[in-house]
Design a protein around this ligand. Structure first.
Ligand code: SF4
Length: 329
């Protein structure tokens, strides 16, 4: 097991009070696996990733409860210095907008070689050669020439390839990809996902792919965790979740995906309503105000996490209701 998150809760102090952004998340990532975290913006998926990377804002965030184990070691409360040893050596992260991570006034070559010298302590020449090799590996043609270019001279897709090359400097065991293709058009998106999939096989790396788009998750993930209002409401192997979704929220997400086998031009259904304000405690199921299947029990008590078999779990009262109804028949 590379990563094991148990019952993690993360909050933020705001002027309105403490916001409970992540409320008891548990998930695991095995070696060489790609695990997806999917949900609407504000559901806590990026906060979970940032908590593992030690990238939560220092001034107002806090880990309230739970633990994060990385390669068997508890890293939940490591100091900044200790975190830095993991970041850039065993863990890396790529983000939605590479421009925010790249320095606009330095060439790609300067940024890559600097990073390599810093992480690996190589000479300038060795670092240059390694940078060129990495750029070639991520599909950047004429890499020697492109080393002299500035970030704004690259297209969005090429910039994301540069970011992936930078993330690979340390040969990470675990790569977090936070909405890595959201700003890209569909064709480039597919190429970047394919590249990530190739790299995980080649480097035997694990990847956590964070996305709001189930279509992106379906392309390369082995397992998926569906997050809503700071909790994982459904999890399991991708095929199982796609073909046998149990949570009304997951079904809603799947129904809102465009499908190539549907030729009619009716509008895609949307999930009406908004996620709850995480400033306040949520007593029952957080999806209840938006759920077409809600029952009395839903608003009153948080549903149990039901094991549906085949590593498929769902946090919803429907399986219990179905059991009971079956029992009375
Ligand atoms: Fe809907 Fe109830 Fe299931 Fe929540 S627990 S998703 S409200 S049916």
């Amino acid at each position: 097991m590379i990563l094991e998150i148990s019952d993690l809760s993360v909050g933020f102090h705001t002027y309105r009070g403490a916001v409970n952004a992540v409320r008891g998340v548990s998930l695991s990532v095995d070696a060489g696996e790609i695990v997806g975290i999917v949900g609407e913006s504000g559901c806590g998926k990026s906060v979970t990733a940032h908590a593992v990377m030690g990238l939560l804002p220092k001034d107002n965030s806090f880990i309230k409860d739970g633990s994060i184990r990385f390669m068997g070691q508890d890293i939940t409360h490591l100091s900044d210095e200790e975190r830095r040893q993991y970041r850039g050596s065993d863990m890396s992260m790529i983000f939605q907008d590479p421009m925010t991570s790249l320095n606009p006034v330095l060439t790609i070559g300067q940024q890559m070689t600097e990073g390599i010298i810093h992480i690996k302590g190589l000479s300038q020449q060795e670092a240059y050669e390694e940078a060129v090799t990495l750029l070639k590996r991520v599909g950047i043609t004429k890499a020697e020439e492109r080393m002299k270019a500035y970030p704004h001279e690259f297209s969005g897709g090429m910039r994301q390839r540069v970011m992936i090359a930078m993330a690979l400097i340390c040969k990470p065991k675990l790569l977090f990809a936070d909405e890595p293709t959201t700003a890209l058009d569909v064709t480039i998106q597919a190429q970047i996902l394919e590249l990530l999939d190739e790299l995980r096989r080649e480097m035997k790396m694990s990847i956590v792919l964070v996305s709001h788009d189930l279509g992106v998750i379906a392309r390369i993930c082995d397992r998926v965790n569906v997050m809503y209002a700071g909790r994982i409401v459904e999890s399991g192997p991708v095929d199982e979740i796609f073909h046998n979704p149990q949570h009304p929220y997951t079904r809603g997400l799947l129904n809102s995906l465009p499908r190539v086998d549907k030729v009619d031009d009716t509008e895609l259904p949307v999930i009406e309503g908004h996620p709850p304000d995480l400033l306040y405690d949520i007593k029952g199921c957080s999806f209840a105000p938006r759920c077409g299947d809600a029952m009395k029990v839903c608003a009153a008590c948080r549903p149990n996490n039901e094991n549906m078999g085949k590593e498929h779990c769902v946090e919803c009262w429907l399986p219990a209701r179905d059991r009971e109804e079956g029992h009375h028949e």
